[in-house]
Design a protein around this ligand. Structure first.
Ligand code: PHE
Length: 339
């Protein structure tokens, strides 16, 4: 019995200071085939039944105790290891560091979209997204451009395989999608990329961007259109500039207009930028044609609306005095870093 007590004390002491490998050694030394405790259990036959019971039970208790102590120590060691690792890998968020890359900036086209959107958002417009791939109905038919209508000639595009789908030539198809999905009142702008079958030169590109605007409700008049667009021009270009609504034609608006602003380059005297006219065209607009409202099953007697389309590249080029549209698509960092 004394031996057992002694063994337990001895092992407890050893376990306290052991690492994982040493623990395995202790296990074999005391509990293995030739272990000290195993030896005691094997020699029980030497004793009387009474002694056997007592010693046997004590020895078994000691065995369980040692096994538990070894496991406990193992767990503690593992935990300590994890803690140590966490301590080592802890991030110091307050530490300043050198970041070897230049800070990026928005592309001027995106910048313009953001600025225009924020003006219209402040005027109560929601921002929506359209589809770049459309079909004939959305891009033309529903916008009052029936098949073989000459108005289509100005908007040739790229057709996808099978000719069923095409790349949209303007953001106006989103008008149809929105009106198909919701009842009036509608008040949205839709920025996006558009495509035309166009040879590229300093002012034309086969891919460019527009922002579509659409308001439909009861009692919407041309006065509302003028007010909103004049407000937009004032906020975007500065309110000192004159705004001109010049009669024009679009199939999906009636009446239609183009909006010109006084040339901010020459102040209206006439220069290269405004081609000596004193004004610069910035967008197309008009009152939504009743046929368009009918195409989306809106009651054209009850509702009226206005729409407009702004060319993003044109405005960006005016704002930053960029004289070649192609510069916007070349991803030349020497160019982009200026913004
Ligand atoms: N979609 C026309 C274009 O691309 C612009 C426009 C939009 C005109 C909405 C009137 C109303 O030329």
């Amino acid at each position: 019995m004394n031996d057992i007590e002694h063994i337990v004390n001895e092992v407890s002491e050893k376990i306290k200071n052991s690492d994982i490998a040493a623990l395995e050694k202790i296990r074999t030394e005391y509990l293995g085939k030739n272990g000290v405790l195993t030896h005691i259990l094997k020699s029980l036959h030497k004793y009387s039944i009474k002694e056997k019971k007592k010693i046997g039970s004590e020895a078994n208790k000691a065995k369980t105790f040692i096994e538990n102590e070894i496991e406990k120590r193992k767990e503690n060691l593992k935990e300590a290891l994890v803690n140590e690792k966490m301590q080592k890998e802890k991030l110091d968020y307050s530490q300043s560091f050198y970041f070897p890359f230049a800070k990026g900036s928005f592309h001027p086209v995106i910048e313009t979209i953001e600025t225009i959107s924020s003006v219209f958002k402040s005027l109560g417009f929601f921002v929506a997204e359209g589809y770049e791939i459309e079909n004939d109905w959305y891009n033309f038919e529903a916008l009052n451009m029936p098949k073989s209508h000459p108005a289509r000639d100005t908007q040739d595009t790229f057709y996808l395989e099978g000719m069923r789908n095409l790349l949209r030539t303007h953001t106006s198809p989103s008008q149809i999608h929105i009106m198909e999905k919701q009842k009036p009142p509608v008040r949205v702008i839709v920025p996006g990329r558009v495509y035309r079958n166009e040879a590229s030169d300093s002012s034309h590109s086969s891919t460019f961007h527009q922002i579509e605007g659409l308001t439909v409700d009861e009692n919407v008049t041309f006065t509302d259109l003028k007010a909103v667009l004049t407000e937009f021009v004032g906020r975007f270009f500065g309110s000192a500039l004159k705004v001109r609504f010049r009669p024009s034609h679009f199939q999906f608006t009636e009446p239609s207009a183009e909006v010109d602003i006084q040339c901010f380059f020459c102040g209206g005297k006439g220069c290269r930028l405004c081609k000596n006219s004193g004004f610069i065209e910035i967008l197309g607009c008009g009152m939504v044609h009743p046929n368009v409202l009918k195409a989306v099953n809106y009651d054209s007697e009850k509702y009226t609306g206005y729409a407009f389309g702004i060319g993003i590249e044109r405005i960006t080029m005016l704002k930053y005095e960029i004289d070649d549209i192609r510069l916007l698509y070349e991803n030349d960092l020497r160019f982009l870093k200026q913004f």
